[in-house]
Design a protein around this ligand. Structure first.
Ligand SMILES: [Zn+2]
Length: 384
């Protein structure tokens, strides 16, 4: 029988729907999969057989019988391959080796000195090589590398602009693909963080999520109706440059009164306090230093103002605040929550949940790893 390109495409889509359903909701019987996907049982059986042959799905135990023979249950096999997740920040490169379910097998971090492309490329190599060497033998091996970067990334994975690294038009993806010979996916660190929280953290089962990453700046990853929203060209989420003061502080982006100048680590440089890192300031806050406490309360209030704008604009089910500034959560959160409670529209506020990241400093690196997993699972072959 000849199979047309359209039929092959439909089969590939169906196969990825079956795999995704088993991955998210398993263990399931073939009948469960058929009911949940709306695909007929014969199709589910054929596709499941292929997935079992590829070792991505395994049969396990016996499920509840609804009368006849007890069905075998289907489970996603997270151990069929590995990925590497990388988070590139201005000060360091962090990487993890995970299985296909996001279980962290190894982690490695190195500080960054020089920020030029060649130097950063070299440090990334030093961070990921030990992880590649440590990867267990699996059916599919290392199936991808996902990287979260502090900048704007276009649809092809080109880093268009990363102001804090002083990068423009950097094709890190091709360089890494050439060197390691595995597919690479690159995204903005806020998008990676949103993916991480949605898959493994505070955003599980949430269809409308705004993840706010607060660190050296602010960026947001927006999950709308279960999908990461990237805008027309991939630049959505630059909420740090939303004005919260119409004639406020001048920003390097050209705008004035940008949110991140008041509500991220960038706010530190507008106080008369000594130049310290967040970790050092947290120590000051712990011993009750009055000006540090006052500064974090003000950052909390300003965070709350920007989050209010996002809540009113997007009507999310959940807001998750992550990134390095969350180390100061204890002193930021009360004012942030009070500001949102006072200012957000009442219908928007109803049933809205606001939390800090569950994955702590690992949201972006786990999200980056997940982007690589998702890309691999989307590519799973079909036989026609
Ligand atoms: Zn700006």
């Amino acid at each position: 029988m000849r199979i047309t390109g359209d039929q092959a495409l439909v089969k590939k889509l169906n196969k990825s729907i079956v795999l995704d359903t088993i991955r998210r909701k398993g263990p399931l019987s073939r009948t469960d999969v058929s009911e949940k996907t709306g695909l007929n049982k014969a199709t589910v059986s054929n596709l499941t057989l292929e997935l079992i042959e590829q070792n991505l799905v395994e049969e396990t135990g016996l499920g509840e019988s609804s009368g006849g023979r007890k069905p075998l249950m289907l489970l996603f096999n997270g151990s069929a391959g590995c990925v590497i997740g990388v988070e590139l920040s201005v000060t360091r490169v962090k990487a993890i080796l995970t299985d296909l379910k996001g279980t962290i097998l190894q982690e490695h971090v190195l500080p960054l000195g020089q920020l030029d492309e060649d130097a950063v490329f070299e440090v990334i190599g030093k961070v990921i090589q030990p992880l590649i060497d440590a990867a267990p033998q699996t059916t599919h091996g290392i199936v991808g590398i996902g990287i979260g970067v502090p900048g704007m990334v276009d649809e092809s994975g080109l880093i268009l602009y990363a102001p804090n690294l002083n990068w423009e038009g950097v094709d890190l993806k091709s360089r890494i693909e050439e060197k390691y010979n595995v597919p690479v996916v690159i995204d903005n660190e806020a998008n990676a963080g949103a993916a991480g929280e949605r898959e493994y953290g505070a955003g599980r089962h949430v269809r409308h999520l705004v993840y706010v990453s607060a660190g050296m700046g602010i960026g947001s990853g927006m999950i709308i109706d279960g999908q990461l929203y990237k805008g027309a060209w991939g630049y959505a989420g630059e909420t740090g440059h939303m004005s919260i003061e119409s004639d406020g502080r001048l920003c390097s982006c050209g705008n004035q009164g940008c949110w991140e100048l008041y509500a991220s680590e960038r706010a530190y440089s507008y106080t008369s306090l000594p130049a310290l890192t967040t970790a050092e300031r947290v120590e000051q806050a712990k011993v009750g230093d009055a000006s540090t406490l006052e500064m974090y309360e003000e950052i909390g209030r300003r965070l709350g103002i920007g989050v209010t704008n996002l809540v009113n604009g997007f009507n999310p089910q959940k807001i998750v605040v992550g990134g390095p500034l969350t180390e100061a959560k204890a002193w930021i959160e009360p004012k942030m929550l009070a500001t949102i409670a006072k200012r957000a529209l009442p219908y928007h506020r109803r049933e809205l949940s606001i939390s800090f990241s569950e994955l702590g400093s690992r949201s972006a690196v786990l999200g980056a790893a997940h982007l690589a997993v998702a890309q691999f699972l989307g590519r799973v072959r079909v036989s026609v």
